[in-house]
Design a protein around this ligand. Structure first.
Ligand code: IMP
Ligand code: MG
Length: 176
């Protein structure tokens, strides 16, 4: 069993979601939001955060996968955009779990922009700027926490095999 150390506790994450919620509420004054959360990892964060955003919203989901059961990005990002509604003319907010190389968000952003939303902003729970690859420097509007280059699990984020998502905190993991 790998050793997991708490990096951000459930309380710290909840507190940060309240702050981010206020920021986002302000940024979308007088507007409603079409939230697109990325499955599966961003779901815990999206639930906690959207409760703290005081704006009318639609909550939708897309599937993105870039890690084929390894902790290194395969570089090949698969996005399944199966939205419930037309987003043309809507103010879209993407909620993501973590930005690592930047490839997933780069691809998702391109696909969403092809649908002509009125605006597109990005909120991520975690950002690992040290890992960003050249050509994938996506602009992020709202960041929960910037973290150093360590592999993290919990609060929606999985280990190599889809496990550990249900840990109530974000932890760093040392591999066996
Ligand atoms: P990117 O395309 O390299 O930016 O990777 C984004 C995706 O990789 C995230 O949505 C996560 O699913 C996964 N990922 C990146 N870093 C980690 C990590 O430290 N722990 C768990 N999953 C990660
Ligand atoms: Mg993952």
């Amino acid at each position: 069993m790998s050793k997991v150390t708490v990096l951000k506790s459930e309380e710290e994450i909840a507190k940060r979601c309240v702050e981010l919620g206020q920021e986002i509420t302000k940024a979308y004054e007088g507007k409603s939001i079409y939230v697109i959360s990325v499955l599966t990892g961003a779901v815990f964060f999206a639930c906690e955060l959207t409760k703290r955003i005081d704006r009318p919203m639609i909550l939708d989901f897309v599937t993105a996968s870039s890690y084929e059961n390894t902790t290194e990005s395969s570089g090949d990002v698969k996005v399944q955009l199966n939205l419930k509604h037309d987003i043309a003319g809507k103010d879209v907010l993407i909620i993501e779990d973590i930005i690592d190389t930047g490839r997933t968000l780069d691809k998702l952003k391109t696909i969403i922009l092809e649908k002509h939303p009125a605006s597109l902003k990005i909120c991520t729970m975690l950002d690992k700027p040290a890992r960003r690859e050249k050509g994938f420097e996506v602009d992020v509007d709202f960041v929960g926490f910037q973290i150093e280059n360590k592999f993290v699990v919990g609060y929606g984020l999985d280990y190599t095999d889809e496990t550990m998502r249900n840990l109530p905190f974000i932890g760093t993991v040392e591999f066996d």
